[in-house]
Design a protein around this ligand. Structure first.
Ligand SMILES: C[S@@+](CC[C@H](N)C(=O)[O-])C[C@H]1O[C@@H](n2cnc3c(N)ncnc32)[C@H](O)[C@@H]1O
Length: 309
């Protein structure tokens, strides 16, 4: 059997690398994770979610008041969303903002590769600070980064201050985590993914509790916008719906997510579930997610929008 969670994640801070609960999608610890080290994974997940990014960008274009000339993609990671936004708003300059220089370098490389280097630039910042030099934006996209900040309300307020009056802040949070497998996969007890999701809720909660300055809030995003001085302007959910048989990119995403769950839940999952996960993560096995025929990707991502008055 090919080893997976050791070779694939070599050099990564394993205990901090657990995957998401159903609505969180991520579950990494922020303060001590080397985000750049998982650049490949971040790029794969963003690429698989391209239909979501494009649908959300269309909706934002229809929701925006006035011209969109300046866009910030905060917590951009490798910048896949920055590119989608640059294509959707062809008159806009887009700034990919992240704390990890390695990911900004990736974003710059992707932009250059698509001939967008003139319109997609990068800026290093430790959110929620560091946006001031960028000036007022018409649109700010925050994809699954706010939940990595200790005080989410204060973060929304700080990020919102970089909007021009009437500008939009789009926050990707919540939704439904990805499903890759049928309920019964012909080995082990049916319902493995539901059990993994339940386990990862605890990992996510521990991640949040461990953040510097962590503040527990009800995850009611429109209410959080209001508390942060923004006006809620709608929430919409977009699907990633890639049926079986999945391509290699989608299989890579499935592998990444199951591998993170394997690591995050190694100490709490029952032995039979761990054994099934190991088979799913066996790169050579016909029963593994790299090869089996029934792997799909179904995920729902919610975008909450707030407007600066
Ligand atoms: C879960 S990834 C999301 C990446 C991308 N937005 C997406 O949706 O695919 C979170 C990103 O936020 C960045 N990040 C986390 N905490 C940050 C902080 N305090 N300041 C700036 N960037 C941060 C990480 O480097 C990482 O690229």
């Amino acid at each position: 059997m090919t080893t997976h969670h050791t070779t694939h994640q070599a050099g990564h801070p394993t205990a901090h690398h657990a995957g998401p609960g159903p609505g969180h999608h991520c579950g990494h610890r922020t303060e001590d994770l080397d985000w750049a080290a998982i650049g490949d994974q971040l790029e794969r997940s963003a690429r698989v979610r391209t239909p979501f990014l494009e649908g959300a960008a269309d909706w934002l274009a229809a929701t925006a008041d006035g011209e969109v000339r300046r866009v910030l993609d905060v917590g951009s990671g490798p910048g896949v969303a920055s590119l989608v936004l640059a294509r959707r708003f062809p008159r806009a300059g887009v700034v990919a903002v992240d704390a990890a220089p390695g990911l900004l370098a990736r974003a710059a490389g992707l932009a250059a590769g698509e001939g967008l280097a003139g319109r997609v630039t990068t800026h290093r910042a430790d959110l929620p600070d560091g946006l001031e030099p960028l000036g007022a934006a018409d649109l700010i996209w925050a994809g699954q980064v706010v939940h990595h900040l200790g005080d989410q309300t204060a973060a929304l307020a700080a990020i919102g201050r970089s909007l021009r009056p009437g500008g939009l802040l789009a926050v990707v949070e919540g939704g439904l985590g990805p499903r890759f497998l049928p309920r019964d996969i012909g080995m082990g007890r049916p319902g493995l993914q539901a059990r993994l999701e339940a386990g990862m809720e605890n990992v996510f909660a521990a991640m949040r509790a461990g953040l510097p300055g962590s503040v527990a809030v009800t995850e009611d995003w429109p209410a959080l916008f209001t508390a942060a001085g923004l006006t809620p302007a709608g929430s919409r959910t977009f699907l990633v719906d890639a049926p079986a048989p999945l391509d290699d990119l989608g299989r890579g995403y499935a592998y990444d997510r199951l591998n993170r769950a394997r690591e995050g839940l190694a100490d709490v999952l029952p032995a039979d579930d761990l054994e099934v996960l190991d088979r799913l993560l066996d790169e050579e096995s016909e029963a593994g997610v790299r090869k089996r025929a029934d792997v799909f990707c179904l995920e729902a991502l919610t975008v909450h929008v707030g407007r600066r008055v």
